[in-house]
Write a protein that binds this ligand. Sequence first.
Ligand code: ZN
Length: 439
Amino acid sequence: MAVRLRFVKLLAICALPLPAATPVLFEGARLIVDARRPPIENAAFLVDNGRIVRVGRKGAVKAPPGVAHVDLSGKTVMPALIDAHVHLGYQKDLVYSAGNFTRENLIDQLNRYAYCGIAAVLSLGTDLGDLPFELRAEQQSGKLGGALYRTAGRGFAAPNAGPGTPELKASAYGVTTEEEARRLVRVEIARHVDFIKIWVDDRNGTVQKLSPALYRAIIDEAHRHRTRVIAHVYYLDDAKELARAGIDAFAHLVRDREMDGEVIALIKQHNVLVMPNIAISENGVHAQPPAWLDDPLLHEVAPAAVIDRVRGSYARRTPEGVARAQKIYRDMQRSLAKLNAAGVRIGLGTDDGAIRDHFYAYTALRELQLMVDGGMTPAQTLTAATVTSAEFLRLPDHGTLDPGKSADFVVLDANPLDNIANATKIAQVYLRGQEIHRR
Ligand SMILES: [Zn+2]
């Protein structure tokens, strides 16, 4: 209990504004400046006023007199990650409900993301009220720390056909006419949402699907106002039609079958970003509790009672349910391998918080592992989670550690390019040049 209380207190501290830093020279680490390029061995980088100023080999980076030195010998430094698909605010300890969508809980979650080396998150269409916009503004003015909050406000679906989880359902608009859809898109854009979210899914025939006429109107109205649209998609045929309609991103892979050459060609042709979002589906393939439930990092960022509840849930699984999940998951892995081979833009999205006990923050690190299992290289996976996701969220200060960028980086005990599992071996996290107090 004492440990738990101390953790809560530390989280509160890192939400406070931080003092201006003196210049710091970090030396000796293997530095992944940009996941698309080979790392710099035995590197040095100078951080001043929250930004990367210079980068190079140790001994070759000029630093002002009196600069502080931090020795990172033996460590690997990578850019902080960006998660473009989460659902903030619904879970607090064992309780999963809209009643948890409070300032305190949102800030706590943003700090857990920071703790795991995640610099920004996009909450995708299930946000309530004005709090997300207030927190985003406080972060922009430097008054609030944690992972940067980006929001798609309230998303769009056919009536009662948005999020699959009952607790989230009321957050989405249910629209029935093009006029209504266009008007509500303008309402969300007037609130300065970062994206518009739509759900195109009939939840296995149980609800009405958003019609092509309605999603074309939503996409058209959003694009008229220079706002991009992200779709929850499930069926292959819908993915094709959405790509033709100009959708900007898919928050999921297709899940009714393996993606075919036609849909991949359409995704390429229309430059649609795809978030594989496979951890939430991979959850179902295990008949026994998986090993990652014992990862110390999970135990640092998730309440023990929730981990215990997840562990207990495996006993209720049926062999049929597990076999069904395994088939869907194998199709998804093949789809991901094809998309990657075709050079499709792939981003990081986890769907954290979309269902009860789908862990905030930690899931991003598990997703990296699953992307590698699905045929991406560690460098491609880190590129998706940093460069591509930062570009997609229009975070020009993020994604790489080139001079001029925000000093948002993760210090690891081992090299994630050798083994992506090393991305969980976090020694320190720095956001905007300030160390996140993790212990
Ligand atoms: Zn989602």
